[in-house]
Write a protein that binds this ligand. Structure first.
Ligand code: BES
Ligand code: MN
Ligand code: ZN
Length: 496
């Protein structure tokens, strides 16, 4: 996608000019050519309501061939985010057939000056809207007619060029890497397995100066005594891989921010096997790992002035003669023993060793782990709100603010100690299931592997990883969302 800039929207010779219009009043008056536009449609056919769109031949009102009126809702409620999401809706909406609409221009005259909408914010949300709205996972189609075309050039007109450019550079990077997280999750598990996932991280790092990637293979994982990670991997013929990404954009010697993501490329449940309906779709169980890898890529691409690491344990959870059993007792890297109450509670097992490793290796300023960890998260918060759990009020607040800033949602759940007892068992240090509330007892399990004084948060993204519904905000319909990559980048940039 090529982004270009122009002083005013009236004179652009594009295939379509998108004109954001607010509800109420005489909003077309925001544009010098507003009176001419009013004559192109019957009054009442378009009111500027959020989600409303009307495509018209421009009939000489502007230099572009077509005009698309884009409803923005009420002006006093609108922000740069509203603009980005409306743009995403248009690009997702299907009338951007790139074989006809190669060059799309966007009129910014009415949105410049919205609250929180300086040129940089508009550029960022505009680029994210265009790029994430036109995202399609179409690489597995062989028939050309199934592939949707996207415009190849977008001109932003009528805004402050220098600031817009800065914002577009930022938004293009976050959208590009959010797109990679989507790709990784959308890829079926016969193509996206621990080896190919690790290779993706390695290839990505090679293309970004300063980003390093190390892959630990099974012999090294064994040497590290990652007994919990290895127990989950035992039932799979593909060996476990531990992906480690490092970015040193901050002060030398400053401890990094650490992201740790569950890279479970297919979750059958193990011997506590999932019913068919629950198993279908479990290719997405590496969404936390995908977000971790993509966030490190975006942070490095943007050259953020922070030190950051990403650690992703990758394995399948399958069943063969070597698979771990319900009732097995395993020894984690931390030395703590775990009774397997359920082989389907595997995510916390691969994460606990990754958390131990990350603390030992890096002594991070803060660790944020993320995982499609519990079905209970979907019950509690649905697919549009990430569950945040943390041992630190400030970290929880800053995460929630980061989610909000990028138009994602996170809500804190309490890690109350009275639920922690539910993880106790008479035969080992703990068991890997703690009953209800399932999301919180999973978080409490992970907390048992966090050292005294270590700031830490856990994000349960079981619902928000994959959008099963219609398109929403910057998300595509029935596809991976790439959440929470943009929130993580925001957090890395602002964390104090
Ligand atoms: N990967 C699943 C959680 C999940 C469920 C993600 C639905 C996305 C959608 C996880 O490994 C799992 O199976 N969790 C169990 C835990 C239980 C056995 C304690 C669950 O949530 O049922
Ligand atoms: Mn499971
Ligand atoms: Zn799982």
């Amino acid at each position: 996608m090529q982004f270009a800039y122009a002083k005013s929207s009236a004179a652009i010779k594009a295939d379509a000019l998108i004109v954001p219009v607010f509800e109420g009043g005489n909003s077309l008056n925001d544009y010098a050519y507003g009176d001419k536009l009013k004559k192109l449609f019957v009054k009442g056919d378009f009111e500027g309501k959020s989600g409303q769109r009307l495509a018209l031949p421009s009939a000489g009102s502007v230099a572009a061939t077509r005009v698309v009126l884009l409803g923005m809702g009420k002006r006093n409620k609108a922000s740069a985010q509203t603009f980005g999401e409306a743009i995403a809706g248009y690009f997702r909406g299907g009338h951007v057939d790139g074989s006809k609409l190669k060059h799309v221009a966007i009129a910014l005259e009415s949105v410049v000056g919205l609250k929180n909408a300086g040129g940089e914010a508009l550029g960022r949300w505009g680029a994210e809207g265009v790029l994430l709205g036109s995202y399609h996972f179409d690489r597995l189609f062989t028939r050309k007619e199934k592939i949707k075309h996207t415009a190849s050039k977008v001109t932003l007109a009528g805004g402050p060029e220098a600031q817009l450019k800065k914002g577009v550079a930022y938004g293009s990077a976050t959208a590009e890497f959010t797109g990679y997280a989507r790709d990784l999750v959308n890829e079926p598990s016969n193509r996206m397995n621990p080896a190919t996932m690790a290779k993706f991280a390695q290839d990505m790092a090679k293309k970004i100066p300063g980003l390093t990637c190390k892959i630990l293979k099974k012999p090294e994982i064994t040497k590290l005594k990652m007994g919990a990670f290895l127990a989950v991997n035992a039932g799979s013929d593909i060996p476990a891989h531990l992906v480690i990404l490092e970015w040193k954009g901050g002060k030398a010697g400053e401890k990094p921010i650490a992201f740790v993501g569950k890279g479970l490329t297919f979750d059958s449940g193990g011997y506590d096997i999932k019913p068919a309906a629950g198993m279908l779709g479990m290719k997405m169980d590496m969404g936390g790992g995908a977000a971790t890898i993509a966030a490190l890529g975006a942070i490095a691409k943007l050259k953020l002035k922070v030190n950051a690491v990403g650690v992703v344990p990758c394995t399948e959870n399958l069943i063969n003669g070597s698979a771990y059993h319900p009732g097995s007792v395993i020894t984690s890297m931390s030395g703590q023993t775990i009774e397997i109450g359920n082989t389907d509670a595997e995510g916390r097992l691969i994460l606990c060793d990754a958390l131990t490793y990350t603390q030992k290796q890096y002594k991070p300023r803060v660790i944020v782990d993320m995982a499609t960890l519990t079905g209970a998260q979907v019950v509690a918060l649905g697919n549009k709100v990430v569950g945040i759990m943390s041992n630190d009020d400030k970290v929880a607040k800053q995460l929630q603010d980061s989610f909000e800033a990028v138009g994602e949602n996170g809500w804190r759940l309490p890690l109350d100690e009275f639920y922690d007892k539910q993880l106790d068992t008479p035969i080992a240090d703990m068991k890997n299931i703690g009953g209800n509330p399932g999301t919180i007892t999973a978080g409490l399990f992970l907390q048992r592997f966090i050292n005294e004084g270590q700031k830490w948060a856990h994000l349960d993204i079981a619902g928000p990883c994959m959008n099963e519904a219609e398109g929403w905000r910057l998300w595509s319909a029935k596809s991976a969302t790439g959440s929470p990559v943009r929130s993580l980048v925001q957090f890395a940039e602002t964390y104090k």
